[in-house]
Design a protein around this ligand. Structure first.
Ligand code: PSV
Ligand code: MN
Length: 388
């Protein structure tokens, strides 16, 4: 075991951003389930993000999605966040829910639709100026359902042009995080399907463009920690959208499906210096809590990331390197697995107590009666959700 105070210090500095959309109603292609007490507007979503931060101490920012979180005055939204003890993080333009985007947004064959999409993204940069957000988090649903439907090459050219326009608008300290997804909503071809495509565009654009890795956006069996390690080495890992999956883009709680995979990812982050502020890696959640209560699910998710990271921080690096150098295959693997097998919950409980928090944030939330209070208070006005 390494020095625990250093481990705790690193964990305290690991901030995990929550997504505003995870607090609203969500569902599957088949049904959006309504839950009692969900936020009715962007302000209440921020209140819920602040609650997650109050119980965990490490979730001080909340990502917003536009137009889901459209408000007349973003300065007021930012002040509301500050008063609640959090701040607005990444701004996510939504260019996938308008009828005009049936054939795509920035890759659409119609120049007028492309212009509309670019303008919507530029509006989000204006919002970032007001909220002080660093990251424009860009996911495009663009793609094709049928071979021959459009020119794959032309669509890349349109994409390039749009990204260049947006990139040119970024402020000195602002960044563009380009997310990829291998399928859905398009099933034959996606215009940014994988990290390689995103990386290629980012390299062409310049240093303010980086790849966003959504852990649910890969083909089954993809070695995510490999691509994380590579992107980190190249200085192009912008951040994560954490969630977990069994089959497709399931958006389940991070660490729920495959905690060992999450550990392997965080191990590459720790070993590659990705926890250092200078690495500029944004750790964000992108989840949907369709059937479970949302605030405690987000608290649990934050704890899952912390646990995986704590284990990664406990890797005996000297022993690992020595075994690797000697070609001791079993020895190196043993050092790695030993860290994973460590029960880090007591260490994290101790750290939370030192931070003035309850050592068990999920239990503390349940005991607090906060969920029941929200259900009683948030009457009328309809819960916010996809499209709200
Ligand atoms: C797309 O599946 C995605 O991962 C993008 O990040 C979107 O912004 C988010 O989900 C919307 O739920
Ligand atoms: Mn995502």
């Amino acid at each position: 075991m390494s020095d625990h105070s250093a481990v705790k210090q690193a964990l305290r500095a690991l901030h995990i951003e929550t997504p505003s959309w995870a607090f609203g109603n969500s569902g599957t292609r088949f049904k959006v389930f309504e839950q009692p007490g969900v936020p009715r507007d962007p302000f209440e979503k921020i209140d819920d993000a602040a609650t997650v931060h109050r119980f965990t101490g490490v979730a001080p920012s909340v990502a917003i999605h536009i137009p889901w979180d459209t408000v007349p005055d973003y300065g007021a939204l930012a002040r509301h966040a500050e008063d609640a003890g959090v701040r607005i993080g990444a701004v996510n333009p939504n260019v996938f829910q308008d009828d005009d985007y049936r054939l795509g947004s920035v890759c659409n064959p119609d120049p007028a639709v492309r212009r509309k999409a670019v303008d919507a993204i530029l509006d989000c940069v204006d919002i970032m100026d007001v909220t002080g957000s660093r990251d424009l988090s860009l996911w495009l649903a663009d793609g094709l359902n049928y071979p021959g439907q459009d020119s794959l090459a032309d669509r890349q050219a349109r994409l390039e042009e749009a990204l260049e326009t947006v990139y040119a608008r970024l402020g000195e300290d602002q960044r563009m995080l380009l997310e990829y997804k291998f399928f859905e909503p398009s099933f034959y071809a996606t215009d940014v399907p994988d990290w390689g495509t995103s990386y290629a565009h980012c390299v062409e654009l310049g240093p303010k463009a980086r790849v966003l890795v959504d852990t649910g956006h890969h083909a089954p069996g993809t070695n995510i920690e490999f691509l994380v390690s590579l992107l980190l080495r190249k200085g192009r890992l912008g951040g994560f959208h954490f969630n977990s999956r069994f089959y497709a883009d399931d958006d389940l709680m991070v660490g729920a499906a495959d905690p060992y995979q999450l550990f392997r990812i965080m191990a590459e982050i720790v070993l590659g210096g990705g926890l250092d502020a200078s690495a500029g890696v944004a750790f964000m959640l992108d989840q949907c809590h369709n059937i479970e209560p949302k605030i405690p699910a987000l608290i649990r998710s934050v704890l899952n990331v912390q646990e995986a990271t704590a284990k990664a921080l406990l890797i005996d690096v000297d022993a690992l390197r020595a075994a690797q150098a000697e070609g001791d295959v079993l020895g190196a693997n043993e050092v790695f697995v030993d860290a994973y097998s460590t029960d880090v919950r007591p260490l994290l409980a101790e750290m939370r107590t030192e931070m003035g928090l309850d050592p068990d944030p999920v239990a503390a939330y349940r005991r607090s009666g906060h969920g029941e209070k929200l259900t009683a208070e948030r009457i009328g006005g309809g819960g916010a959700g996809w499209g709200a």
